[in-house]
Design a protein around this ligand. Structure first.
Ligand SMILES: [Zn+2]
Ligand SMILES: [Zn+2]
Length: 218
């Protein structure tokens, strides 16, 4: 297995590609490619590795995380997201325009990501963890065997996702972090939707929001 990270669009979204090296099938998490150049860079990677993009998984419905969803869908990928972020996708168009992005149409969602269910690609197993708070349908995606969690906009290095936006709720995000991530009781590499990677152990030591959640739980 290979995990490749790209940083795309002016918001700086991490787009991750999980490659099954045996079959050359791949899953893309949060396809943020927006410009033609970004799409060319991505296409070069796909042809270098002769990849077949089977699935696109959205951690949540914010526009910077799905700019490239239809682009990959047109190449045969299915796009999956949690059902509860459908309204967020619709609201995102107006918000994206305020930020100066032009969106021709909202991405088509082919199926839903459900809490506690797994997505399989050959021997790659991705667990869906519903973690609302930044948005109602936010999910984290966990590779149990490899000890990796794609945290989307739930947890970043030294901070957590914004909750001062429509659909955001600080108490809900705190509960998601405590009950769904900290409760795992094992160390994981965290690959967030923005910024650099970290580990759960590091965040338990250094992330002021997580320290606050832990101290309130005691
Ligand atoms: Zn977001
Ligand atoms: Zn984001």
């Amino acid at each position: 297995m290979l995990i490749k990270r790209f940083v795309f669009n002016d918001v700086g979204v991490n787009t991750y590609v999980i490659v099954n090296k045996q079959t050359n099938e791949a899953i893309v998490i949060d396809p943020g490619m927006y410009t033609d150049d970004e799409r060319l860079i991505f296409d070069d990677f796909v042809s270098d590795y002769k990849l077949q993009i089977s699935l696109v998984l959205l951690t949540h419905g914010h526009f910077d995380h799905w700019f490239g969803a239809d682009f990959l869908r047109s190449k045969g990928a299915r796009v999956l997201m949690h059902r509860m972020d459908l309204p967020i996708i619709e609201q995102s168009v107006a918000i994206a325009e305020e930020y100066g992005f032009e969106i021709k149409q909202i991405p088509q969602i082919d199926g839903y990501l459900n809490d506690n269910k797994s997505i399989k690609l050959g021997d790659i197993n991705i667990d869906v963890i519903h973690t609302p708070g930044h948005s109602p349908g936010h999910v984290c995606l966990r590779l149990e065997k490899e000890k990796v969690i794609f945290t989307g906009d739930l947890i970043f290095k030294n901070t957590i996702g914004r909750t001062d936006i429509p659909g955001g709720d600080y108490d809900v995000i705190s509960k998601s972090i405590k009950d769904k991530i900290l409760a795992l009781k094992e160390d994981y590499t965290l690959l967030p939707g923005h910024g650099s990677e970290t580990t759960l152990a590091d965040e338990l030591l250094n992330n002021p929001f997580i320290l606050n959640i832990v101290s309130r739980a005691q």
